[in-house]
Write a protein that binds this ligand. Structure first.
Ligand code: GAL
Length: 723
């Protein structure tokens, strides 16, 4: 692991004076230069480990365990809990990520006695520890003494202390206090024999703080980005409505709230605000990473991401970490309706794509959950099935949230493996069984990951720009991706999620749904991808804007006109009750929500409008043979999923991708591969019995049997076959 120097190392004694000095400094305008320097130096010295991070433990075992909160239970209970974890075959726990008030009960005074004791008890039972930096909840003394550390709401009042994630990320005091507790923890536990890694904070989630400090920092950030006001005015198109800035200090915080009287109606400004607030979180994390790397160079650093969460640029948040981990709650919210958990699969692929490497599950659903009310329970067998879905997509560690259901506080209904009664009942027993099954796979899994011929461009700029201006009602970035992604899932092929800057050449098919922000450089690489033999699928609102959020001046699809062989001179959004009818080689369908009036210049029309009359000369779906590849354009939204199934089947055929196993409805098929290894995962997401046709004569690893050409899957059944 790379050794690095710490920029701001703040010890307990000197911290208070540093806090005061920094507070003053941060009021000064020349703070800007300090920020630039910190940003530039920081960016160069805290790269993640240079080597591919080995997500397994040193002895080759997978990390399996729970999130444990010793501070919620009497000390006399700890050892019993740990014994139960040990009997379950667990070898890791995450601790302390909400314990700042207990670790630093008074400013600058630390109490580690309880954590020392817990750490050594875990060591006694050979259980490793990941420590969380506890900065997601500030102690009451912080809010009392430094009220400016609390985030400010849009109405100019500060958030009332009493919840979590309530700090301002620009606030210098908060940053220093966070550095101090991080440093104190790292110094205390750097040599603890069972400490294996760190989790930064908890679920970074953007920030909505609207204080003057955030505004000042936003202005500084813009200066770093645009250098001159002329350039900013051009990039944001501020000549519209005469909203030109004459000094940096005039730039306000954009406000897009629906109905807000004072909204700055400038999509480019709002897009930069999203980028800026995301960056504030990344910088806050980097402050901690610098300290942890300097003091604990042999421990890994992760953060618990939230899968499909939208308010952060997760690529940037992942960059300086060793491994991404995430919190998977597939039975929460809408998913409680027993649907196929497409979105957990989608999220897992996003997580794997952030660093192009396997990831961890840091919080896995363990029971019914909710705050004021709670949802359905995990059915017998479902707990293992939920874990295996993630494993199949590249999760190399499995940690359940949480060990025991809490008897106090906001999460009394967020059930753990154990209930309030603390007894090791069904859910615990299922976790024991899951851990046993994981252990059977360890050797086969080592060195494997998901490899795919198919990629989706997953782009935060387009996601944010479409949130600011969806274009047509109901348009949402992830929904657009899901239409195609779910069809791939149903076909039994894996897909990668990649940023627009990724190397496209390793893929046969690239889907770019709703790729609204299209810098010329990306367009040129997509064109090359097709010329070189790739298949590109673009759809509605593709390439409308440049990276500053200004509409391209070219006729759509702009630089890709030749690649796709089409022209779009007009388009429209369709009101809720207006459906158009389309028909062609792929069938007859109902088109909803949006219609590009696609003129097929060179492209072949695959589906055409048949109604209403004024649309009949336009195409809904086109295919263009271009160079050695194909450019497909889907100019509308199809009401039913059968269109997307037809489309994906066609594309796979064109790319010579033949799914090895065709899954019945509700069954998921996924592959992990390594040198000389290929593992096939088949997962029954339903509570019905399913029969799947599979290759015969292969080794099924969980039952240790040889396959015939069919396999029976009970409700929530999983199999792992070595091909
Ligand atoms: C996660 C969070 C945990 C816990 C859990 C249940 O999002 O990281 O701390 O709050 O949700 O609410």
């Amino acid at each position: 692991m790379k050794k690095i120097k710490t920029l701001i190392l703040c010890t307990g004694n000197s911290c208070r004076s540093q806090v005061n000095t920094m507070k003053k400094a941060r009021c000064m305008t020349d703070m800007f230069f300090l920020q630039v320097t910190l940003f530039l130096i920081g960016a160069t010295i805290i790269d993640a480990q240079e080597k591919y991070f080995n997500t397994f433990a040193a002895d080759g075992s997978m990390y399996i365990g729970v999130d444990y909160y010793p501070e919620h239970w009497p000390e006399e209970r700890w050892e019993y809990d740990i014994q139960l974890m040990n009997q379950a075959g667990f070898n890791v726990v995450r601790l302390a990520e909400f314990s700042w008030a207990k670790l630093e009960p008074r400013e600058g005074e630390f109490d580690f006695a309880w954590l020392d004791k817990v750490m050594s008890l875990f060591a006694k039972y050979h259980i490793n520890v990941i420590l969380g930096t506890p900065t997601a909840v500030m102690p009451a003394w912080c809010a009392r003494k430094y009220p400016e550390t609390l985030a400010m709401k849009a109405d100019g009042t500060r958030i009332v202390w009493g919840g979590r994630k309530n700090n301002c990320f620009s606030n210098g005091t908060y940053r220093l206090l966070s550095e101090r507790i991080t440093r104190a923890l790292a110094e205390r536990y750097k040599d603890a024999p069972n400490l294996v890694g760190w989790q930064t904070d908890n679920e970074f989630g953007g920030t909505d703080c609207r204080c003057h400090q955030c505004q000042n920092e936003f202005q500084d950030w813009l200066r770093c980005k645009y250098f001159t006001l002329d350039e900013l005015n051009r990039a944001w198109g501020t000549h519209f409505w005469g909203l030109t800035f004459f000094t940096w200090g005039e730039i306000p915080i954009p406000d897009d709230r629906e109905g807000s009287t004072w909204a700055i109606s400038n999509p480019s400004a709002s897009l930069d605000w999203m980028r800026f607030t995301s960056w504030l979180n990344v910088r806050f994390q980097d402050d901690q990473i610098r300290i942890l790397r300097a003091l604990c160079p042999d421990k890994f650093i992760t953060h618990n991401f939230m899968g499909l969460y939208q308010n952060m640029d997760y690529y940037a948040l992942a960059k300086n970490l060793d491994v991404v981990s995430w919190d998977n709650y597939p039975t929460f919210g809408d998913a409680e309706q027993m649907q196929i958990p497409y979105s957990s699969s989608f999220a897992a692929d996003v997580m794997r794509g952030l660093k192009r490497q396997n990831f961890w599950i840091m919080e896995q659903t363990a029971g019914p959950h909710g705050w004021a009310t709670f949802g359905r329970n995990i059915r017998p067998g479902e707990l293992e099935k939920i874990c295996f879905q993630q494993l199949a997509h590249g999760a190399d560690a499995q940690i359940w949230f949480r060990w025991r259901t809490c008897t106090v506080g906001r999460e009394q209904y967020w059930h753990g493996l154990l209930g309030h009664d603390g007894k090791p009942l069904r859910r615990y027993q299922e976790a024991v069984q899951t851990a046993k099954d994981y252990r059977k796979l360890e050797k086969a899994l080592a060195g494997t990951t998901v490899k795919s011929d198919i990629a989706f461009i997953y782009d935060y700029d387009s996601m944010w720009a479409l949130r600011i201006q969806p274009g047509y009602p109901g348009n949402a970035y992830q929904t657009a991706i899901s239409r195609y992604y779910n069809a791939c899932f149903r076909t039994g092929v894996n897909a990668d999620m990649i940023p627009p800057g990724a190397d496209f050449s390793q893929y046969k098919i690239i889907f770019a749904p709703d790729l609204y922000i299209l810098p010329d450089e990306v367009a040129i690489r997509l064109d090359k991808f097709v010329r070189d033999g790739g298949i590109l699928v673009a759809d509605c609102r593709f390439g409308v804007k440049d990276e500053t959020g200004l509409a391209h001046e070219r006729t759509l699809p702009g630089l890709l006109a030749e690649t796709l062989g089409i022209r779009i001179e007009e388009y429209e959004s369709l009101p809720a009750k207006l459906n158009y009818v389309v028909a062609g080689e792929l069938g007859t369908f109902s088109a909803i929500q949006y219609a590009d009036w696609v003129m097929a210049d060179n492209a072949k029309i695959m589906v055409q409008y048949t109604q209403p009359w004024h649309m009949t000369s336009f195409a809904a779906v086109t295919k263009n043979l271009y160079g050695k590849g194909q450019g497909w354009y889907i100019g509308t939204v199809f009401e039913k999923t059968n269109f997307y199934d037809q489309l994906v089947a066609r594309l796979l055929e064109a790319a010579h991708i033949r799914p090895l196993v065709v899954p019945p409805v509700g069954v998921e098929v996924s592959f992990r591969e390594g040198v000389g290894k290929r593992l096939l995962f088949i997962i029954n997401h339903t509570d019905e019995h399913k029969v799947v046709t599979i290759p015969s004569g292969k080794h099924e690893l969980l039952s240790d049997t040889v396959t015939t050409d069919q396999i029976d899957l009970d409700q929530y059944g999983v199999v792992v076959i070595k091909l």
